[in-house]
Design a protein around this ligand. Sequence first.
Ligand code: ATP
Ligand code: MG
Length: 342
Amino acid sequence: MISIKNLSKVFPSKSSNITAVDNLNLEIPKGEIFGVIGYSGAGKSTFIRLLNRLEDPSGGTIIIDDQEITALNKKQLRLSRQEIGMIFQHFNLLWSRTVRENIAFPLEIAGVPKAERLEKVDELIRLVGLAGREDAYPSQLSGGQKQRVGIARALANDPKVLLCDEATSALDPETTDSILDLLVDINEKLGLTIILITHEMHVIRKICHRVAVMEQGKVVEQGEVLEVFLHPKEQVTKRFVEQVMGDQDQDESLETMLKTYDAGRIIRLHFVGETTNQALISQVSKKFNIEVNILHGKVTQTQKGAYGTLFILMDGAEAEIKKAIDYITSTSVEVEVDVNAK
Ligand SMILES: Nc1ncnc2c1ncn2[C@@H]1O[C@H](COP(=O)(O)OP(=O)(O)OP(=O)(O)O)[C@@H](O)[C@H]1O
Ligand SMILES: [Mg+2]
């Protein structure tokens, strides 16, 4: 468990002081992938750098597993930093060292004997999927591979926490996905707590269990990812949700659909944490003597299941349609059905 209380960071400047982190309070459960999202300048990087004291706070406390990070002296801090790994947007690799040597670096600093070091490095190379590239230099690797080296290096000393500062922002969408998959894999295999900061809601949607939204140095909203997607409260949160889902309130396509289809019934399915939406629709069309067509909608996956809205058209006898609707309502508790037409 990570507990952050009244955390502040003020950067003094000649004209006026900049409050990058402003009285921030947060509890991060052990073993979770916790996302922090915010626009540029919100204070995300400053916040994450306070967690391993790359920056010293102006006020407040950080406690990681009963250890008060903010109270440690330099020597204690050096040891405790081994328990906090970090990866960066631009990888921060050592360019004159090979993959193997980059990953071995933190082990050398920690004084791990050579034989043990080599064994650990091999294990990490396998974990991050870099077997065969051990002797390459960073300049010979793709962006995704470089970040894999960054991840392996961050995990070398078996940290309790992994901090990720925009770790996928320099990567293309497909490579981003593969790195995110790797982070999920590591979280599950090692039970590692991951804190990642990003300005992309896609990243939050795909891998985070919880999310906090930062604005002007403060957490303005937080909760389980699915809950925040469903009921965003703050304006800034709504804008982030729209990045992934579009603006569903302003969706005028329903009206067009009602005009277009004069036979059958249009039904809106709202999926909340449902994992089997595809299966549901094929089941309904098999089980009942009706035609089911998907008209429109968007369903997206989060760590806790699918979320989104689908409009379907059911055509057939009225009684059969009613049975199908009853079935949907009874089998999938998390699916809300509302009938909008006729
Ligand atoms: N070393 C520093 N000295 C002075 N001001 C700083 C320093 N680091 C950050 N700031 C200021 O603190 C505020 C927050 O910056 P920070 O880098 O934490 O934002 P961010 O959310 O990570 O933004 P981005 O998404 O662009 O990376 C900004 O106004 C920035 O100019
Ligand atoms: Mg930043």
